[in-house]
Design a binder for this molecule. Structure first.
Ligand SMILES: O=C(COP(=O)(O)O)[C@@H](O)[C@H](O)[C@H](O)[C@H](O)COP(=O)(O)O
Ligand SMILES: [Mn+2]
Ligand SMILES: [Mn+2]
Length: 346
């Protein structure tokens, strides 16, 4: 699959990040999101592939978003048979978040990125638009920590696995009322908490890289972002587990429907019979081949944000492949003018 899509996938996230970054700090989150979607779709539809969106911006409707079920890639277009032989191409599933952290972009804050994950057809969990309890940790703690255990227990295990004291550890938690008890528990156990307003994909993946000073992600975020995080962690060997949250009382927002019972019914209708199931990263991203790509919109722990200069821009992306077992940081200069006056070195 790597060979089929090649480095083009990097340009998909780069173009989405550049488009969104033009709206950085403008206070217009919907526009920052929309332009990223448009740029991602335009670039994706130029790639010689047969793709289908499995995680996107909602079910199929007339909205101009990358909707679930949308076919993407030049070989899914009407006249494709004149230049593609569909039988020769592997069908792929794609999870996208063209602007992960729309608020972060709109208010000029760190940690937003354009991101996607790819696997062969059926290789990504088509997560419903629910919340997900998440636990991410470095590779040394993989399958030692467990989302079913308390934060206190997991911090002790993490401390043993990482050979550092709990006090030396930093746990990222989303700054939400639903996490009040969790935050107290982590602090009481001795670890330090880094609260983030948005952007838990970046936080989850940061756990797999030493030097980020992020040692775990705990708490509840969105399920689609959980699958995208899992795809990266699966390739990196880090620990990631997710459990769907269907009880509105737990998340303390009305965003997941009115009742626990109604949500359980909805999950059942999607074929999820055990709503309490704990998913590991290789169940959320089960494909033989998994590819992850992200490009920083605003500066983050892993990547620089988009930096514009006269006549161009510079971006930093991260591309992770289970096939080639590589995590590549790609530093790109984009020339908007045919004859730019100068290229920005740093
Ligand atoms: O921050 C996030 C928002 O993503 P986006 O809408 O693409 O800008 C995600 O990283 C979070 O995982 C998540 O969406 C959030 O925790 C759920 O929303 P909330 O109801 O505000 O807690
Ligand atoms: Mn998001
Ligand atoms: Mn988004």
């Amino acid at each position: 699959m790597d060979n089929v899509i090649g480095l083009e996938i990097i340009e998909v996230v780069e173009q989405a990040a550049i488009a969104s970054a033009r709206w950085m700090g403008k206070g217009e989150k919907d526009t920052a999101d929309q332009v990223a979607v448009d740029a991602m779709r335009n670039r994706m539809n130029k790639i010689h592939m047969r793709g289908r969106i499995v995680i996107g911006e909602g079910e199929r409707d007339d909205a101009p978003m990358l909707y679930i079920g949308e076919e993407v890639g030049i070989c899914t277009q009407e006249n494709a048979s004149s230049f593609c032989d569909p039988e020769q191409l592997v069908e792929i599933d794609i999870a996208v978040d063209p602007c992960e952290g729309t608020n972060l972009v709109a208010y000029g804050q760190n940690g937003s990125m354009a991101v996607l994950a790819i696997a062969e057809k059926g290789g990504l969990f088509a997560a419903p638009d629910f919340y997900m309890k998440k636990l991410a940790a470095p590779a040394v703690a993989k399958n030692h920590v467990d989302i079913r255990k308390s934060a206190t227990e997991n911090l002790k295990i993490l401390s043993d696995c990482m050979n550092r004291s709990i006090e030396e550890m930093v746990v990222v938690v989303m700054d939400r009322p639903r996490h009040k008890d969790l935050i107290n528990e982590i602090r009481t156990a001795g670890a330090r908490v880094r609260l983030i307003s948005d952007g838990d994909v970046s936080a989850a993946i940061s756990c797999a890289f030493a030097g980020t000073n992020i040692h775990a992600l705990m708490g509840i975020g969105a399920a689609p972002e959980g699958v995208i995080s899992a795809a990266a962690m699966r390739c990196l060997g880090g620990h990631f587990q997710g459990q769907l949250i269907y009880d509105p009382e737990v998340v303390k927002t009305g965003l997941i429907g009115e009742s626990k019972e109604g949500n359980m019914e909805r999950l059942k209708s999607m074929g999820i019979n055990d709503p309490d199931r704990v998913y590991s990263d290789d169940e959320l991203a089960s494909g033989d081949t998994v590819l992850f790509a992200a490009c920083g919109i605003t500066p983050g722990t892993l990547m620089e944000g988009v930096r514009f200069f006269h006549g161009g821009a510079r971006t930093e992306s991260l591309v992770i492949s289970s096939q080639s077992k590589t995590a590549r940081f790609v530093d790109t200069i984009h020339m908007f003018d045919s004859k730019p006056k100068a290229l920005q070195l740093h």
